[in-house]
Design a protein around this ligand. Structure first.
Ligand code: NAD
Length: 504
């Protein structure tokens, strides 16, 4: 295949096409990027921050163009394109350009034994960073890492999803208009084989996608011994305790389960509710979900929920709902794909969900809230932690001390209390999964440091020793001296330390 044609997920109409890159084109793109990186990496951090601030202004200027294309190509409502993707990238650039000097300033390491020496860390660009992204948030997820990589002094090569490639061409245009040298940011298009060619050519990979692909890309990075950040799937549980504010919880679950038509790695994928508040919760939740009418957001700005992005995803959602119903779940709202053009699926609530059902175990990534009922909080925590995934989790309770204690016991990279999804919009906080949800982090100060090689310098502050005690020649008695020193200085307990001194 030499080109990928992009069709609207809402209407099926042809939106455009992108050329598929060959393996040679990927290698050539890498060569161009590496040569542009030499000059970029030599610029001061302050200069790089200034250029990215200009990029930020161009994003603000061209925000409508970005939202419009996201809405058309991905299918999400325009307001979500603006809030979750465009606004979030602007805030991410603001944060990192204001903090980069602090985050990347050399850091002294206090030394315990070698008091006459000093150590410090400094951070240098890695070279060329590969970014491979998914189709659910194609702008923010590819370009957050692009910004951080560029600030760190690197070049980047981006392979967006084959389902949503056009937004990355627009993003490149914006970066270049803002002053990023054209060759410094390379965009290549295609399927998994092109992603694999990217990995063959870069010095570090930032990958966001499914667990299955994550395992493959991590193995390929491992074979090349290059670092790799993997941001993978989620199965976020929402624990609704008996003391939760039910109105707020119902609103949060509706947004957390159905924003972006449920195609969010942090989506509420399992509602674990205390039996005492089940009736109240369902009373509030059911009409809110039933009121969400899917439609073509590109044609009607009042549409709150769009289609799924592609047929593959709609088939996955349908199969999980069918399996759940066959095993005894009841459909309270929705429950089926909607006939006609586009990949629409009716917003769905399932009750009587049990752990035998696939929907309780596998990522749905669609507009479905499966509800499970529990009699106590211990059982809820156990169920939350049963998953092989651990990206986000949510706790709903009026008592913040209790909620925090529960939050700390949940095996997830982030736990939000009485809220959902929102920390992706807080670039100062780490976005990172535990268990099979990924390795490494995007966002947070360490994500910028990780885009750099951490290097260490160690030097003599006094500079008048001709030699060191433990260099050649090894003097008689050195062995016992070191042994005594070890016991006396590194041992624990005053008696033990004295005994080491005496015994020799
Ligand atoms: P996917 O794994 O199918 O594809 C992701 C990207 O990997 C695409 O660009 C694809 O072309 C590329 N790819 C496929 N095979 C490859 C290979 N062998 N080598 C290199 N690249 C290859 O995922 P998807 O369906 O696009 O995205 C949905 C998944 O992403 C969900 O599981 C979701 O939870 C996850 N996700 C995670 C986060 C997070 O921050 N943790 C955010 C968004 C999405």
């Amino acid at each position: 295949m030499t080109e990928i044609k992009i069709h609207s997920p809402a209407t099926g109409e042809l939106l455009g096409s992108v050329p598929v890159s060959t393996v040679d084109e990927v290698a050539n793109a890498a060569t161009l990027a590496r040569s542009a990186q030499v000059e970029w990496g030599q610029r001061s951090l302050a200069e790089r921050c200034d250029v990215l601030r200009q990029v930020k202004n161009v994003i603000i200027e061209r925000a409508d163009e970005l939202s419009e294309l996201l809405c058309q190509e991905q299918g999400k409502p325009r307001v979500e394109a603006m809030v979750h993707e465009v606004f979030n990238l602007v805030e991410l650039i603001r944060y990192f350009t204001s903090q980069a000097e602090r985050i990347l300033s050399p850091e002294p390491i206090p030394l315990h034994l070698f008091k006459h020496r000093s150590s410090y860390l400094h951070w240098q660009p890695r070279g060329l960073i590969g970014v491979i992204g998914p189709w659910n948030f194609p702008f923010i997820i590819c370009n957050g890492p692009v910004v951080v990589a560029l600030l760190a002094g690197n070049a980047v090569m981006v392979k967006p999803s084959e389902f949503t490639p056009m937004i990355q061409d627009l993003a490149k245009d914006i970066f270049v208009q803002g002053g990023i040298p054209e060759d410094l940011i390379q965009v290549v298009h295609g399927f998994g084989d092109v992603g694999s060619a990217v990995i063959d050519n870069v010095d570090m990979l930032e990958f966001t996608g499914s667990v299955a692909t994550g395992r493959k890309v991590a193995a390929q990075c491992g074979a090349r011994l290059i670092p790799c950040v993997t941001e993978l799937g989620g199965k976020a549980p929402a624990l609704v305790l008996e003391d939760a504010n039910i109105e707020r919880t119902a609103n949060a679950l509706t947004w957390g389960g159905f924003a972006n038509c449920g195609q969010v790695c942090a989506s509420v994928e399992r509602v674990l509710v205390h039996r005492a508040v089940l009736p109240q919760l369902l009373d509030k939740l059911t009409p809110k979900v039933a009121a969400l009418t899917p439609g073509n957001a590109a044609a009607d700005p009042s549409i709150q929920i769009g289609p799924l992005n592609n047929g593959r995803q709609r088939d996955i959602v349908q199969a999980l709902v069918t399996d759940a119903v066959e095993k005894g779940a009841k459909v309270l709202v929705g429950g089926r794909a909607i006939e006609g053009p586009g990949y629409f699926f009716a917003p769905t609530i399932l009750v009587d969900v049990t752990t035998e059902m696939d929907i309780a175990n596998r990522e749905t990534f669609g507009p479905v809230l499966p509800i499970m009922v529990f009699d106590d909080e211990e059982a809820m925590i156990e169920e939350a932690n049963r998953s092989h995934l651990g990206l986000l989790a949510y706790v709903f309770s009026r008592h913040s001390d209790r909620a925090k204690q529960i939050a700390e016991r949940i095996e997830a990279g982030t736990v939000m209390i009485n809220d959902v999804l929102a920390t992706h919009g807080m670039p100062e906080t780490p976005w990172a999964g535990v268990k099979a949800s990924g390795v490494g982090q995007t966002h947070g100060d360490d994500s910028l440091r990780h885009m750099c090689q951490q290097r260490h310098v160690n030097y003599d502050r006094l500079q008048f020793w001709r030699s060191e005690l433990f260099w050649f020649p090894y003097r008689p008695g050195l062995y016992n001296l070191i042994k005594r020193f070890m016991g006396a200085v590194l041992g624990t307990g005053i008696r033990n330390r004295f005994r080491s001194l005496r015994k020799g």
